[in-house]
Design a protein around this ligand. Structure first.
Ligand SMILES: O=C(O)CCC(=O)C(=O)O
Length: 391
């Protein structure tokens, strides 16, 4: 076998790291094709996500919807996302961007940017984010000159990207969220994963949820799900990997899984979520999932945002990156954060007046209070991510 990793992972070059994945990728791709959880968005006679798609999602914990976002909208999202990347602080503590202009977000309540070292794993093996990434991924050495820090994760898309706010009001995506989490579904958060070619860091294997593992009401959907909208193709070399069915297993001992796999990050049974630009994935937040250092030549930018059942969030203690932003998710907090959806629906209507508009039940009859305008930007959108509903 010519692609067995024979040098310690921390000493790998970028090229050795990439080459060490070829058999793993082939196996994963075959399994993904066997499962077949991909295709266009399909709705049933009731207007909700088609029951066959919903049950395939519930069975395997993920689904890839093909060609959901059209090329013009993808182009606008790319422009806005690129601008956010370009306007990032030039180093993680800087106040200016690479052009010497004030960096985007220095006046926001929460900085929109998270950085990693090139090809590094910023969370694996640390206590960050509730210690939910217990095993560190391989951190190969980048080829040639590499910057000290690279942008890894960007938040605040509904405030910073006009196209991001409109995406948040997309009728098909919101119908999917409603079909999975009920008419009173609520938002979680949003983040853009940026995996720059030859530089992008890894996201160590993890399960997202932290709140309900011991709950007597635990079930496979209790921690909600995330969308990822792909702005560029997600390739075998840079995509997100998931372990199908793992959302039903409860909390997984990830460290033990990696140890049982000889310490290798190439966990068996995983499938790669290979996508074209404009495809959208849904992934149950209880899935075991992660992505490897991007030693490939291809950029991945994945706009990630999630939704919950209202009852999973209501009255729960703040968690994950929201620690420090309130104590519990009370009715007022849920109302204020959910209002972003209603404003996004109207921002989308203004841009695409002929598209059917999603009716968000919690705000039915109150649409006029939440039209998109300067007043609602100040009241609802500005610093909305200080009210995220993370569990
Ligand atoms: O896209 C990635 O690389 C990581 C995504 C992820 O971990 C998440 O959505 O929770």
């Amino acid at each position: 076998m010519d692609d067995v990793v024979t040098v310690p992972a921390e000493l790998l070059t970028q090229a050795e790291h990439a080459a060490g994945f070829s058999a793993y990728r082939e196996t994963g791709r075959r399994l993904e094709q066997e499962i077949g959880n991909r295709g266009p968005v399909r709705f049933g006679d009731d207007g909700k996500l088609h029951p066959d798609v919903l049950s395939a999602f519930r069975e395997h914990g993920y689904y890839i919807f093909e060609s959901v976002i059209g090329s013009e909208e993808i182009a606008a999202l790319r422009r806005d996302a690129n601008e956010m990347i370009e306007r990032a602080p030039v180093t993680r503590d800087a106040k200016v961007d690479a052009q010497g202009h004030p960096a985007l977000g220095i006046d926001y309540a929460r900085s929109p940017y998270r950085f990693s070292k090139p090809l590094a794993d910023p969370w694996g093996g640390t206590e960050l984010l509730g210690g939910r990434h217990p095993a560190q991924m391989a951190q190969p050495k980048p080829e040639g000159e590499a910057p000290e820090d690279v942008v890894f994760l960007i938040s605040s898309m509904c405030q910073s990207m006009p196209s991001g706010l409109r995406l948040y009001g997309h009728p098909h995506l919101l119908t999917i969220a409603e079909s999975i989490n009920g008419e009173d579904f609520v938002p979680f958060n949003d983040a853009i994963f940026v995996k720059q070619p030859g530089l992008g860091g890894s996201v160590a294997w993890h399960q997202d949820g932290v709140t309900h593992w011991e709950s007597p009401e635990w079930d496979p959907g209790i921690h909600g799900f995330n969308f990822q909208v792909q702005l560029y193709p997600a390739t075998l070399g840079n995509c997100l990997w998931v372990v199908p069915g793992s959302h039903k297993l409860g909390r997984i001992d990830i460290k033990a899984r990696v140890a049982a796999n000889g310490g290798s990050e190439q966990l068996p049974g995983a499938v790669p979520l290979v996508c074209e630009a404009g495809d959208v994935t849904i992934v149950n937040r209880q899935m075991l999932h992660g992505s490897f250092a991007n030693s490939s030549p291809d950029l991945r930018v994945s706009i990630t945002f999630g939704f919950h059942r209202r009852k999973s969030v209501s009255g729960q203690k703040v968690a994950l990156s929201m620690e420090g932003y309130g104590d519990t998710y009370d009715e007022r907090r849920i109302e204020e954060r959910s209002a972003v959806i209603q404003v996004a629906i109207d921002a989308r209507r203004q841009q695409y007046p002929d598209e059917p508009r999603f009716r968000y039940e919690p705000f039915a009859g109150r649409e006029d209070e939440f039209g998109f305008n300067d007043e609602t930007f100040e009241r609802v959108i500005k610093d909305y991510n200080t009210k995220d509903l993370a569990i």
